[in-house]
Ligand binder design. Structure first.
Ligand SMILES: CC(C)(COP(=O)(O)OP(=O)(O)OC[C@H]1O[C@@H](n2cnc3c(N)ncnc32)[C@H](O)[C@@H]1OP(=O)(O)O)[C@@H](O)C(=O)NCCC(=O)NCCS
Length: 143
């Protein structure tokens, strides 16, 4: 098993895994090849894939804004779950963020993704039931 930084050449393989994984919500713009290329350019050290026998079997996206890291699309192929690969991917992200002096990471998980929430809970990610997540899609905002 090898964990390495994600490169844009990995896009087709990782996108295929995202598209068949329950618990992963894809957005056309952000998750297009151009969107991911832009994200990787801005965050070249914080995104990882896992390979077994040369094939990508998992990955994690993470970016930061100089203050907080944010994780997206943590996935491990069904056939390789429960052997610590997800945890290893998160550990690589944490290490990479610490190296850039970032001290906190956030992420979103659907409330009904029980196994996803159990995974994050086991890794110590707390959640705040008194917060509401709000978002404004800028393409709907006329200035
Ligand atoms: C969530 C996911 C990435 C976990 O990957 P994984 O490689 O199976 O996880 P690991 O084997 O590294 O597990 C790490 C820890 O989480 C716990 N965990 C993992 N899946 C769990 C589950 N379904 N229920 C309870 N605990 C779970 C493990 O027990 C382990 O805890 P430990 O270190 O105390 O033993 C994988 O199940 C997945 O791809 N799910 C679909 C996509 C998704 O929901 N992603 C998360 C939402 S963003």
């Amino acid at each position: 098993m090898i964990i390495e930084k994600m490169k844009i050449d990995d896009y087709d393989e990782i996108h295929q895994i995202w598209s068949i994984t329950n618990g992963t919500t894809l957005r056309a713009i952000d998750d297009s090849k151009e969107g991911i290329e832009r994200f990787l350019k801005r965050n070249p050290n914080n995104n990882f894939i896992c390979r077994i026998d040369g094939n990508i079997i998992g990955g994690i996206l993470c970016g930061h804004d100089g203050r907080k890291g944010f994780i997206y699309h943590t996935v491990v192929n069904e056939n390789y779950r429960d052997r610590g690969i997800g945890k290893k991917l998160v550990e690589n992200v944490i290490k990479s963020l610490k190296e850039e002096n970032i001290t906190k990471i956030g992420l979103l998980v659907n409330s009904d993704n029980i196994s996803g929430n159990n995974f994050w809970e086991s890794l110590g990610f707390r959640y705040f039931k008194n917060l509401k997540y709000r978002i404004l899609p800028l393409d709907e905002f006329n200035t």
